[in-house]
Write a protein that binds this ligand. Structure first.
Ligand SMILES: Cc1cc2nc3c(=O)[nH]c(=O)nc-3n(C[C@H](O)[C@H](O)[C@H](O)COP(=O)(O)OP(=O)(O)OC[C@H]3O[C@@H](n4cnc5c(N)ncnc54)[C@H](O)[C@@H]3O)c2cc1C
Length: 242
C-alpha cells in the first residue's frame, strides 16, 4: 500500500493531475528543496521493494536534507489533486508499501545522520531522540558505544529504519518483556498530510501519536522518535539453532 496522503491532504476532490501540475510541482520543489530531487526514470531501486512482487514508477525520488524539506514536499503535494507521497525507509516491506506509482517518494535515509541525542529525565530514565530515517543497527551501535545504553525493544533484524518499524509494530525477542517498539516511544515529530510539523505524544496530540504508531505511513511521516533506552548488558549470549 502506498503511503497516501491524499485523503488527509485534500478536503475536496479535484481534477486528476495534469502535465502542468506535474511540471509546476517538480519545478517548485527543485527551487525550494535543500536536498535533491530525481525525476522519473532515475529513481532506480525506489521502483521496487525487497519483496520484488511489484514495481512502480514514481514521479520523483526526493532525498530531503531534513524535516523542513519533508514538510515542503508534503505541502506541495497537498496542493496538487491526487498527488500522493510515500515515505520510504529501507524498502524492506514486501508488498509495495513504500512504493508510489506516479507519486513522490521520500527517501528517509537521507536524514538518518541528522539527529542523535540523549535525553536524561532523572537518574535512571533515559531516552534517545533519533531521526525517522535512522537505521536501527546504527542506533544500537551508537547507543552502546557512546552511552552504554540500548533501546529497550528492537527488531531481530536491524537493517530497518526507525520510521519504517514504528509504522508497523517492531517486534523481536524483547517484545515479550517490553512490548513492541511502538510501546516504547515517548514522543514523535510528525509531518502531517498538510505539511505541518507537529509534536505528539500520549498527552500532546494523542490522536496523531496513536494514529502514526503502527499507521503504515498513512497518518503522517515520522521525522523524530524519542525512544526508551536502558543500560546495555555487559555480555550477550548467541544461540544458533541447528
Ligand atoms: C529480512 C527482513 C527482516 C525483518 N525482520 C523484522 C523483525 O525482526 N521485526 C519486525 O518487526 N519486522 C521485521 N521485518 C519487517 C519490517 O519491519 C517491516 O517491513 C518494516 O516496515 C520495514 O522497515 P523499512 O525501514 O524497510 O520500511 P519501508 O519498507 O521502507 O516502509 C514500510 C512502511 O512504513 C512507511 N514508512 C517508512 N518510513 C516512515 C516514516 N519515517 N514515517 C512514516 N511512515 C514511514 C512506508 O511508507 C511503508 O508504508 C523484516 C523484514 C525483512 C525483509
Amino acid at each position: 500500500m502506498i503511503a497516501d496522503f491524499e485523503r488527509i491532504a485534500h478536503d475536496t476532490d479535484g481534477e486528476p493531475q495534469t502535465d502542468d501540475d506535474i511540471y509546476s510541482i517538480t519545478k517548485s520543489l527543485r527551487l525550494q528543496l535543500q536536498g535533491s530531487i530525481e525525476i522519473g526514470g532515475n529513481t532506480g531501486t525506489t521502483s521496487k521493494d525487497i519483496g520484488g512482487l511489484y514495481s512502480a514508477e514514481p514521479l520523483a525520488l526526493i532525498k530531503p536534507s531534513g524535516v523542513d524539506d519533508i514538510a515542503r514536499v508534503v505541502k506541495a503535494a497537498s496542493q496538487v489533486p491526487h498527488m500522493t507521497v510515500a515515505a520510504r525507509g529501507n524498502g524492506h516491506s514486501v508488498n509495495g508499501q513504500s512504493m508510489n506509482d506516479g507519486g513522490l517518494v521520500i527517501d528517509m535515509r537521507s536524514t538518518e545522520e541528522n539527529l542523535f541525542r540523549l535525553i536524561t529525565l532523572d537518574c535512571c530514565t533515559n531516552y534517545i531522540d533519533v531521526s525517522g530515517g535512522a537505521i536501527w543497527e546504527d542506533v544500537l551501535t551508537r547507543c552502546v558505544s557512546e552511552f552504554g545504553l540500548t533501546p529497550r525493544s528492537w527488531t531481530d533484524y536491524l537493517g530497518l529504519t526507525v520510521g519504517g518499524t514504528l509504522s508497523n509494530a517492531g517486534v523481536s525477542g524483547q517484545a515479550f518483556r517490553y512490548g513492541p517498539q511502538i510501546s516504547n516511544v515517548m514522543e514523535l515529530d510528525v509531518v502531517t498530510g498538510k505539511g505541518d510539523i507537529a509534536v505528539c505524544s500520549e498527552t500532546q496530540n494523542p490522536e496523531l501519536f496513536f494514529g502514526v504508531l503502527g499507521g503504515l505511513g498513512q497518518f503522517g511521516i515520522i521525522t523524530r522518535a524519542r525512544v526508551k533506552v536502558q543500560t546495555a548488558p555487559d555480555m550477550v549470549g548467541l544461540s544458533v539453532l541447528e
